[in-house]
Every structure is written in structure tokens, then in C-alpha cells.
Design a protein around this ligand. Structure first.
Ligand SMILES: Cc1cc2nc3c(=O)[nH]c(=O)nc-3n(C[C@H](O)[C@H](O)[C@H](O)COP(=O)(O)O)c2cc1C
Length: 146
């Protein structure tokens, strides 16, 4: 059985939570929903300790998630859009990926067998969104039949 992680980036129980649960219910696999609002995620300390030790020195929920993402078969990011970008807590999580990122030693190629999906929930119209996100929205947005 495949193993998927859904990261719900909303700080409330709203649209992203509902969509995360919809995906979970419709995937016939082992799914974990990581609700960012319930997690303890420290800011990246930016002290480069991970570059010396090879792993993040902050052992919180982000640490556990980042290590699980390496092992899982795929992941989804389901998140609201705030001010035409991702919400702050999602950026805090993304910064923590610095521990897996070491250009000085060569980039590790992403595993092409892993699947990554994302769902952005937002209040703007489709046209307003395209204006804000340009080609990314045009090329990658896939309507979710829901
Ligand atoms: C602080 C804040 C900023 C937002 N900025 C945008 C925005 O720039 N564009 C947009 O379309 N919707 C914006 N929204 C609306 C949310 O993206 C939308 O309601 C989303 O579906 C909320 O997801 P949730 O229910 O999972 O929290 C904003 C909402 C908040 C609270």
C-alpha cells in the first residue's frame, strides 16, 4: 500500500481541511494529514548547523514531517492563498527544508516516482488569480471535481 502525506496549510478548519479530507477519503492508500495549525514548527535557525551535521537540529513536528516526506510515495500541499502568496506558516515550513538542501554538495535529484499534488484555495476569480500568478496558474492549475 502506498503512503501519502497531505499538508494542510490553513490556520483554521475551513476549505483546505475539507479538501484534505476529501483527498484522504478518495485515495485507497495510507494517508496522513498534517494540519499545520496543530503542529509545533520552529523557524529555521539559519545557523547552518544542518550543513555540518547533515540533519536539522530542531527536533519538532517539521523535523518529523521532512523525514517522512523522504520516505513517502507522494504528498499534497493543500493551502489557502493569502495576499497572492502562501500563508506565513507554510513559508516557515518551507524554510525548514534548508536541512535537505545543500547546493555546495550537489543537489539531490527528486525521485521521479514520487507524486506531488497541490491545491490552492482562494477567494479571487479565476481571471484575478491568473493575473496574480501568471503562467504558473495557467500551466499547472487542474480543476478539482468536488
Ligand atoms: C489574510 C488573508 C489573505 C487572503 N488573501 C487572498 C488573496 O490574496 N487572494 C484570494 O483569492 N483570496 C485570499 N484570501 C481568501 C482565502 O484564500 C480563502 O478564503 C481560502 O479558501 C481560505 O482557505 P481555508 O478555509 O482553508 O482557510 C485571503 C484570506 C485571508 C484570511
Amino acid at each position: 500500500m502506498a503512503n501519502y502525506i497531505i499538508i494542510n496549510g490553513s490556520p483554521r478548519e475551513g476549505n483546505s481541511k475539507e479538501i484534505s479530507e476529501f483527498i484522504d477519503e478518495n485515495i485507497n492508500d495510507d494517508v496522513e494529514i498534517f494540519n499545520i495549525k496543530d503542529k509545533n514548527i520552529e523557524f529555521c535557525h539559519a545557523d547552518n548547523a544542518c550543513k555540518a551535521s547533515g540533519e536539522c537540529g530542531i527536533h519538532d513536528d517539521a523535523y518529523d514531517l521532512i523525514n517522512k516526506l523522504e520516505e513517502c510515495d507522494g504528498a499534497f500541499l493543500v493551502t489557502p492563498i493569502y495576499f497572492a502568496r502562501l500563508p506565513g506558516p507554510v513559508y516557515t515550513l518551507i524554510d525548514r527544508f534548508f536541512s535537505k538542501f545543500n547546493p555546495a554538495k550537489g543537489m539531490k535529484e527528486p525521485d521521479e516516482n514520487k507524486k506531488l499534488g497541490y491545491v490552492f484555495t482562494y477567494g479571487n476569480t479565476e481571471e484575478e488569480l491568473k493575473e496574480a500568478y501568471g503562467s504558473m496558474a495557467e500551466q499547472n492549475a487542474v480543476p478539482l471535481d468536488f
